[in-house]
Ligand binder design. Structure first.
Ligand SMILES: Cc1cc2nc3c(=O)[nH]c(=O)nc-3n(C[C@H](O)[C@H](O)[C@H](O)COP(=O)(O)O)c2cc1C
Length: 130
């Protein structure tokens, strides 16, 4: 299996990002394709880890790269894994009533099985944007 971590920026010239729509599409496709992982966004930037069979991750990422809703896509990390670090695919969003501590606890939970690299990248980017 492969694990891939990338960062991107929402397209300023594109339509307003409809996160629920992206989540719905992703949840559906990723379940079919055996892709698990985590997507974080603050509405302007995205950080996503995808993992699963190499072929599935590659076709999913090809679709994501071609999506005009975001740009400046940079792969931060890609490696072979023997076990999944994320059992399912999910989106991490800070709700309006989440305190910084609530959201931090939520992220720690979502990242509990992640490698140091993946956990560090998520927590580092989120802290930098807080
Ligand atoms: C930031 C971002 C993350 C996305 N993540 C996924 C994903 O994990 N899986 C997926 O199938 N599509 C994802 N998409 C959507 C794809 O780019 C594409 O629109 C979608 O897969 C097309 O699916 P459909 O042919 O079923 O409509 C993402 C899009 C964006 C902008």
């Amino acid at each position: 299996m492969t694990q891939l971590l990338y960062v991107s920026t929402s397209n300023p010239s594109g339509a307003k990002i409809d996160l629920p729509k992206i989540v719905e599409q992703s949840r559906h496709n990723n379940a079919l394709d055996g892709v698990s992982g985590l997507l974080w966004s603050d509405g302007k930037r995205f950080l996503q880890v995808l993992e699963g069979p190499a072929e599935s991750v590659s076709t999913t990422f090809d679709r994501i790269k071609g999506d005009t809703r975001h740009h400046a896509i940079v792969v931060l990390h890609q490696r072979a894994i023997t076990e999944r670090e994320f059992g399912t695919w999910t989106m991490a969003q800070r709700r309006a009533d989440d305190t910084a501590d609530d959201f931090d606890a939520k992220m720690q939970r979502l990242l509990r099985n992640a490698s140091d690299t993946v956990r560090g990248t998520f927590l580092g980017l989120i802290a930098a944007r807080a």
